[in-house]
Design a protein around this ligand. Sequence first.
Ligand code: TMP
Ligand code: MG
Length: 293
Amino acid sequence: MYFREVPELQKSTVRIKDPERVAGIIRAMKEQGTHKLQVISDFDMTLSRFGCNGRRCPTSHNILDNSRVVSEEGRRQLKDLLHYYYPIEIDPKRTLEEKRPLMVEWWSKAHELLSQQKILKSDIPQIVRESDVMLRDGFDELFNRLHKYNVPLFIFSAGVGDILEEIIRQANVFHPNVNVVSNYMDFDDNGVLRRFKAPLIHTYNKNNSVLRDTEYFQQLSARTSIILLGDSMGDLTMADGVPSVENILKIGFLNDKVEEQRERYLDAYDVVLESDETLDVVNGILRFVLTET
Ligand code: TMP
Ligand code: MG
């Protein structure tokens, strides 16, 4: 029956292991009302697109790597790191315990390389403007509806905070209900990148252990309905710091190695979106949950 209420769930990209459960969660969220809802989302490859015109879209790190401010040699080294570590990041045969130290290695080496490039804070707007980054179709509807209904949006990202903030600023959707926790650049007095600020956030420590801003979820303790958006198995723990959860709907974008990862994603995420470059399903659910009847 929820197909009538949220027709977007009929899209061919949607897979759901337990449709009754999903229908129950969505209905409970609507009953609880707007003032109980919060959205917790990953950024790279969740709010931003994975592919466009048959090519991969850049992550917030890749935007820097590919920009004119990084030397040829630096770019080559950053690409080598990506080609070595990304297959490890998404390897279904390795455990999270095995992956964690390797992700720390990847992020540390990449941040070290970027910090040697004399990147200027004032370069960032142009770096973003000249990049191939794209937000998923329907991003404006998502951000604008959450703002309109005063629903907090928490972006929890292992990418680069300065870059992703600039992306949403240039897209005119960096509204006051948006909060970001991510890896931020540390510039010296001349505005030159020196290092990245701690704590380091990588794909598999997106949980309470790195939330400096632990007050954030405490302040929102009445917001017990949660929509979680992610694309990696590491995104599933992003809501762990929420003090009391009554309803949580986990929506996962399955972008890469779709056949190979399908079962794992279906077990972990309530709704799986396979090679879907849009936010249609999320917007459909929010349209239903946030509209008074
Ligand atoms: P997130 O989507 O969970 O925030 O993770 C960020 C993504 O960034 C993750 O899929 C790996 C990717 N990444 C790069 O593309 N280049 C890099 O140098 C690093 C450290 C990460
Ligand atoms: Mg991601």
